[in-house]
Design a binder for this molecule. Structure first.
Ligand code: FAD
Length: 338
């Protein structure tokens, strides 16, 4: 089934979220797609608790608070979010509209595409072993999306950051968990570390120092993992391996869409923030132009100008009359209806 909308926004970071609002003011509907399982981009993923001091009119606001406020601001315009999926392909139709296809085979038809993809998709750092992909299909999970499949299973969680320790603490309630890290010092929050150490003391989890050296398929749905610490080799059978080595950012499929790029960033003009392909726009950290500052407030400005140009594609027969939100009764009705 093909879903239809005016604009597809690729990326639900702060700039993609504000674009929903700016487009909404002009009666332009949006679908928003993000690879991550929640909106907020870098703010929610990399620094949810850190205060940001250069959002106009906010003396200080955390990454998560900013995300929550942007979501609330966009809400009156009823955007549709498609999370946990990457935009893989775009295809131009004879009607000059676009088909946007995602990694889970969702297809959305739109008049314009707004790329607000930051530094690209966040993708998990993998275990540096050759042919690791063959185990990813069944035995390796880089994120826990469905806890119930892990119930009563034997798990090896690897890493020393918040994700590794939080999942160790949580999954120990229902599964047989071993946590492995290179050393017994952790980057996770002190609270998570003390919870984990308590569980280890009570023998509710096992802790192992080391690194993964080899993985073997046991052909019974399980894998044998060989680990090494100093010269000591350990191996054991598990159902699932959960590596939490953090995320890296990759431009990914966007690099193949025929847009003019400059050092992996998308070149745009500074009047409309349109790319070298008409009706495809790029805003926020993903774009480049003379004087570009990778700041959230720059992305907000870009979103406002992009929306003015999108209007022409979405309503070719209408004139866009500029209105302040403070003086338009129609806009106020919409904005205060939720
Ligand atoms: P992002 O926040 O990167 O979001 C892009 C989203 O697009 C991501 O969620 C990604 O998963 C998604 N995506 C990419 N490709 C695809 C695809 N093909 N399919 C689906 N989804 C895709 N800026 C400030 O202004 N002030 C600060 O104080 C500040 N502090 C910072 C502190 C840190 C530690 C960091 C890392 C950054 C900071 N920044 C700050 C920078 C700011 O976070 C970025 O400028 C901002 O996040 C850019 O927003 P964005 O929406 O363009 O991109």
């Amino acid at each position: 089934m093909i879903e239809k909308t005016d604009v597809v926004i690729i990326g639900a970071g702060p700039v993609g979220l504000f674009a929903i609002f700016e487009l909404g003011l002009l009666n332009i509907s949006c679908h928003v797609i993000d690879n991550l399982d929640r909106p907020g981009g870098q703010c929610a993923e990399l620094y949810p608790e850190k205060p940001i001091y250069d959002i106009p009119s906010r003396v200080s606001i955390s990454g998560q608070e900013l995300t929550d406020d942007l979501l609330a601001q966009a809400k009156p315009f009823n955007p549709t979010y498609h999370l946990s999926q990457q935009v893989d392909k775009i295809e131009k139709l004879k009607s000059n509209e676009w088909l946007v296809k995602t990694s889970i085979n969702k297809t959305i038809q739109a008049k314009c595409i707004v790329i607000a993809a930051g530094a690209g998709s966040f993708v998990p750092r993998k275990i540096p072993l050759k042919d690791i992909e063959q185990f990813e299909v069944r035995n390796i999970l880089y994120a826990v999306r469905n806890k119930s499949i892990l119930k009563d299973k034997k798990l090896l969680i690897v890493g020393g950051g918040d994700s590794a320790l939080d999942w160790t603490n949580e999954l120990s309630k229902t599964s047989n968990v071993t946590l492995m890290h290179r050393r017994k010092e952790f980057k996770a929050s002190p609270d998570s570390v003390s919870k984990m150490l308590e569980l280890e003391k009570d023998k509710k989890i096992n802790f192992l120092m080391g690194q993964i050296k080899n993985i073997e398929d046991l052909n019974n749905g399980k894998i044998k993992v060989e680990t090494k610490h100093n010269e000591e080799i350990t191996d054991f059978e598990i159902d699932y391996l959960l590596p939490f080595f953090g995320l890296k950012m990759e431009l990914g499929p966007i690099a193949n869409w025929g847009l003019n790029l400059n050092e992996n960033l998308i070149s745009v003009d500074t009047e409309k923030f349109e790319t070298s392909v008409p009706s495809i726009f790029a805003i926020g950290d993903i774009n480049t132009y003379p004087g570009k500052l990778k700041l959230i407030l720059s992305g907000f400005h870009e979103a406002a100008l992009m929306a003015q140009e999108c209007f022409k594609y979405c309503y070719p027969d209408k004139k866009n009359i500029f209105r302040y939100t403070t003086s338009s009764k129609e806009l106020q009705k919409k904005l205060t209806s939720v």
